[in-house]
Design a protein around this ligand. Structure first.
Ligand SMILES: Cc1ncc(COP(=O)(O)O)c(C=O)c1O
Length: 440
């Protein structure tokens, strides 16, 4: 078979977030990618309906990014990240800040969304302590939230399977209710009308713990991995108001919404709500090499800049924070986004996307459809006693039909590269229609 793995032994690799036994019995291998398409090991073109894992926003194998990687590896492969620097990482931070709303003007580099989450949570706790409010130790997340897989992230996250095997997690954490409300909001187009009142759950939690013990509230502006939950109109603004009333930091986890997914550079721009900390990764380097960035307000950076100037101010960082090759990839990615207008392109496509997506509403088993920017979700009725099976069946059939989708529970999530053309949107939904008609 063309492109078959060099070894027949698939056993050694313990695959992440994968049904290992099912995969190894019937592998789905990608061997190359360009633009909007992957090529599978059996030689088929597969339309990328998910930008890889929400990260290849400019599509695949973009020459400028590829070239920058090779050049940087030859010029300066690595520079120590602690007590040393290299010029490009300062350039990248300045360019990122220029793309962000004015208040969020300092950047800390990580290597993944999960690390951005840990970094943001630690910053929030340490910020309060640096200001003499070390009694603010609680972190508030949300049910169904996804903030990566490290201990802080799964503690504030609210996806049960990601938490239940791993002991007591962080203490001092509470969760607001999820905003999912099929009864009131099924088949909403864009932001659902009902549910700003879900934010009042924060008030209830604050009353229970006393607001002066709370350091930060963390949410995904649009929850992705749990199956795409769009925030109800006014919800995020209300969260901001409640946090402001009580001196609590608001953290937006923009790991999937960052870099153009909603038709604006960040969800911060899209919703017009300014958090204190913004977590990013994925689209930062177009998925080519791992990198994350945490944006913070000046007041947070400044709170750490005290004491003798020869002392380290924040005891946190990674060997690969601002790695030169990742930095070069991020700079070339920003060039690509800027030259092609990709950070706002989703706004032009959003209506076509929404209409095409919602045309699937009468297909078998469909109980909800949701969308925002270039994000879409189709929620299927689970098969009784076999949750996730129906969506997984759709996923496998879609792959066999030349389309990559993502499923979580019984929800299909779609997030194509931002370079997608309207004809490819039509192709995506035609394939998916046939798939949904075929699943049991
Ligand atoms: C909102 C959010 N936060 C964090 C993460 C974790 O990112 P990573 O897998 O790069 O650690 C993800 C990944 O999907 C995410 O969607």
């Amino acid at each position: 078979m063309a492109g078959a793995p060099a070894t027949n032994n698939l056993e050694a690799f313990w695959m992440p977030f994968t049904a290992n036994r099912q995969f190894k019995a019937a592998p789905r291998m990608m061997v190359s990618a360009e633009g909007m398409y992957y090529r599978s090991a059996d030689g088929r073109a597969v339309l990328d309906g998910t930008a890889g894992l929400w990260c290849c926003n400019a599509g695949h194998a973009r020459p400028r990014i590829v070239e920058a990687l090779g050049k940087q590896a030859a010029e300066l492969d690595y520079a120590p990240a602690f007590q040393m620097g290299h010029p490009k990482v300062f350039e990248l931070a300045a360019r990122l800040v220029a793309n962000m709303v004015p208040g969020l003007d300092h950047v800390f580099f990580t290597n993944s969304g999960s690390e951005s989450v840990e970094t943001g949570l630690k910053m929030a706790l340490a910020y309060h302590r640096a200001r003499g409010e070390g009694g603010r130790f609680r972190l508030i997340g949300r049910e169904r939230g996804y903030h990566g897989v490290n201990f802080g992230g799964i503690s504030v996250g609210g996806i049960v399977n990601n938490r239940k095997m791993f002991g007591t997690l962080l203490t001092g954490v509470d969760h607001m209710r999820s905003t999912h409300d099929l009864e009131r909001n099924a088949f909403s187009r864009g932001e659902p009308e009902h549910g700003a009142d879900f934010a009042d759950d924060l008030t209830r939690i604050l009353a229970l713990h006393d607001p002066s013990t709370v350091a930060a509230v963390i949410v995904e502006p649009v929850a992705g991995s749990t199956g795409v939950l769009i925030p109800p109109q006014g919800y995020l603004k209300r969260l901001r108001e409640i946090c402001d009333q009580h001196g609590i930091l608001l953290i937006f986890d923009e790991v999937i919404t960052g870099f153009g997914r909603l038709g604006a550079p960040f969800a911060v721009d899209y919703f017009g709500v300014e958090p204190d900390i913004v977590l990013t990764a994925k689209g930062l380097t177009n998925g080519v090499v791992p990198m994350g960035a945490v944006f913070v307000q000046k007041k947070i950076y400044d709170a750490f800049m005290q004491g003798p100037d020869y002392l380290i101010e924040f005891f946190h960082g990674y060997t690969y924070s601002g790695n030169p090759v990742a930095t070069a990839a991020a700079l070339a990615t920003l060039d690509t986004y800027e030259d092609e207008g990709l950070l706002t392109r989703a706004a032009d496509l959003a209506q076509h996307w929404e209409d095409a997506l919602h045309s699937l509403r009468d297909l078998p088993h469909v109980i909800d459809i949701r969308n925002l920017g270039l994000i879409g979700a189709i929620e299927l009725e689970p098969i009784a006693g076999e949750p996730t099976r129906r969506a997984f069946d759709a996923f496998v059939r879609a792959f066999e039909s030349g389309l990559l989708i993502r499923t979580t529970g019984d929800i299909i999530a779609l997030s194509p590269p931002l370079i997608i053309e309207t004809s490819e949107i039509d192709q995506l939904f035609e394939t998916l229609t046939a798939v949904l008609k075929a699943v049991d």
